[in-house]
Design a protein around this ligand. Structure first.
Ligand SMILES: N[C@@H](CCC(=O)N[C@@H](CS)C(=O)NCC(=O)O)C(=O)O
Length: 313
């Protein structure tokens, strides 16, 4: 008999590339997980009450602990399954640069490398006209305050084709980016590739045989033991659980204060809570809620900024 309060819940939507990174990690590690489907854009009444408004997908939950950002979720999976190769900090300098490129310029170029008409046709086919309009409005709003400038047009097309051929060249000499077995880099690099293939229903260039072989091997990892869960049950899990014990904190100027924490790159919607713990790898804030009691929301240190808040949680 398993205890759902101690198992992974993933808040995601099927078409989310970053969620695919984690779903495949669940497949590789053979973990059992519960899937809660979120809408592809806010409002997310099934998730915001838990996180306090973090706007990106995916979010992982275990009991009354919420984990934002796939870098931190990967770290949790690596620790739980004793696979250090899944840790983001296990990468060599070269592979770290490849991952940053895959999840930055390549990820954003997937859409911007195609003609606006083709993008529109794909979106309308998936969402219908009304939702496509909402989607454009949402994503352009999300990118308004962004500190990154995604490539567009010809430059974006070149980013994609160069990335594919660079990957093919690396994979000519090794099974996976991490060597004989998949590691963090493989999961971080496959999601923009799959995004391109799925979104535009295209196949990878046939001549890139190593890339194709790796792509098939990665997808063959599957998604582990996935069980569907109603959002209300994920709420119950949080309400029935206490946040897990925290590691000792490093000193921090805002420790124990009410803070706003937000990504520094895009989707910078802040989460407000009491800053409980700061370690080399993460920030943890506590939110006191009427519906679930205390929940702890975890963020990676890298790519997130903390500021004092003047409002309550
Ligand atoms: N650094 C984040 C990036 C996540 C991200 O960009 N997710 C996309 C979906 S794949 C997103 O949240 N888009 C806006 C949205 O879904 O509201 C992570 O690793 O989790």
């Amino acid at each position: 008999m398993t205890d759902i309060n101690k198992e992974w819940v993933l808040h995601h939507y099927e078409a989310s590339p970053y969620a695919e990174k984690i779903r495949l990690m669940f497949g590789y590690t053979g973990l059992r997980w519960h899937s809660v489907i979120s809408p592809p854009m806010p409002p997310r009444p099934n998730l915001d009450p838990l996180t306090g408004g973090y706007r990106r997908i995916p979010v992982a939950q275990k009991g009354a602990d919420l984990f934002c950002d796939t870098a931190l979720i990967a770290l949790e999976i690596a620790r739980e399954t004793d696979r250090s190769a899944l840790r983001p900090d296990s990468l060599s300098d070269d592979t770290r640069a490849l991952v940053a490129h895959a999840q930055g310029d390549v990820f954003f170029s997937v859409i911007s490398s195609e003609s606006p008409l083709k993008v529109l046709a794909s979106l309308v086919a998936k969402f219908g006209v009304r939702e496509t309009y909402r989607f454009f409005k949402d994503r352009s709003g999300m990118m308004k305050g962004a500190t990154i400038r995604p490539p567009s047009g010809k430059r974006a097309a070149a980013v994609i084709s160069t990335f594919f051929s660079d990957m093919d060249a690396i994979l000519a000499g090794q099974e996976f980016l991490d060597g004989e077995n998949p590691g963090y880099a493989d999961f971080a690099a496959i999601h923009p590739v799959k995004f391109k293939a799925d979104f535009f229903e295209t196949v990878l260039p046939e001549a890139l045989t190593h890339l194709n072989r790796w792509y098939a091997a990665m997808l063959a990892l599957g998604y582990g033991e996935r069980c569907e869960l109603d959002p209300a049950d994920a709420f119950k899990v949080a309400a029935q659980s206490e946040p897990r014990p925290l590691p000792p904190s490093d000193p921090h100027e805002y420790l124990n204060q009410q803070v706003n924490i937000a990504p520094t790159d895009y989707g910078q919607v802040p989460v407000t809570g009491q800053l409980l713990t700061v370690t080399a790898e993460r920030y943890v804030v506590a939110r006191q809620t009427d519906d679930f009691g205390a929940v702890h929301v975890h963020f990676p240190r890298a790519g997130y900024a903390v500021k004092p808040s003047t409002t309550g949680s």
